[in-house]
Design a protein around this ligand. Sequence first.
Ligand SMILES: Cc1ncc(COP(=O)(O)O)c(C=O)c1O
Length: 384
Amino acid sequence: MADSGPTAPNLKPSNPRFSSGPCAKRPGWSPAVLAEAELGRSHRSSAGKSRIAEVIERSHGLLGLPADCRLAVVPASDTGAVEMALWSLLGPRGVDVLAWESFGKGWAKDIADELEIVDRRVLEADYGCLPDLGQVDPARDTVFAWNGTTSGVRVPDGDWIAAGRTGLTICDATSAVFAMDLPWDKLDVVTWSWQKALGGEAGHGMLALSPRAVERLESYEPAWPVPKIFRMTKGGKLIEGIFRGETINTPSLLCVEDALDALRWAESIGGRPALEQRSRENLAVLERWVADSGWAGFLASDPATRSRTSVCFEITDPSCPAERQADAAKAVKAGLEAEGAAYDIGAYRDAPPGLRIWCGATVEARDVEALTPWLDWAWEEAKA
Ligand SMILES: Cc1ncc(COP(=O)(O)O)c(C=O)c1O
């Protein structure tokens, strides 16, 4: 009898969207949530501005930001928010950049090649590991991603950040915020985008500034030109309007409405603790699966640094040699897409071959459960 291959599981995830950005929309989302969007209105009208301000206020409240922390909607997504901070703040002190995956490496490259900061140290580690956080010097500025989205490795906590630091901490938290507890008193700049943890739309970023970051902005002028799109001061004073909804340039009020829907949903399910719990439960499903799978393992070498949003896997099946892993992982990804069981779960292009499954709060644990037999099915198919 001809071998007909492994039997496909019966049940598929009801939402097969496991991309690490843009991430799945929140459960129950439909285009109807956009019905009240202020389309065709100026973002500077009181209606438009109040919607943008509401995004700021709800995000501030949901995340429990300190009262003196300023928050803005900024252009160009998380990248825009990070680059605004780097271009506007770096220069007066030495800089430590933590680079253990693609995004941290990208920030390190810009600091070296674009800003040409001479007094810089790049604290590096391979995919799967963290650099030695004990090396970070609190007298220098520190640039890092809280969660390395492309390796699934995060910093375990903020204990390594000195409370009495004199440098600034600039934290790219786009795949951490709303899913991981952040020590806001130890972070001077925090950035994220709408398209990640709450499943919003692409193109818009958020920038949170501590009073110390504002003090730096008002007391220091970079030696390089700062494009209008990055500029947060005028005549040496912070442009406060930016942090009240008077955006630097034109945002999409359709995306604003969608962001508001995501924030209201997050509040309705119990706020940040509930979001974190959903993410934890999603990771727990994959932890149980890995323990039994026999062919996949976490790329993060230490469970304390394992991401609960961008969960990254390498192929550990001894019958699959290193040189075959990239093709095998591609076959698993393609097989699952063809079946409509999982979309976009391939490892990031710069990361070691493997899989990456988003486990943020907009993903349902029962969909992750339903995915696991499909992963095993796809592996058997790929092997065959
Ligand atoms: C850690 C990190 N930084 C930056 C980015 C870039 O984000 P965006 O495309 O929203 O600018 C991403 C996107 O995945 C990311 O994961």
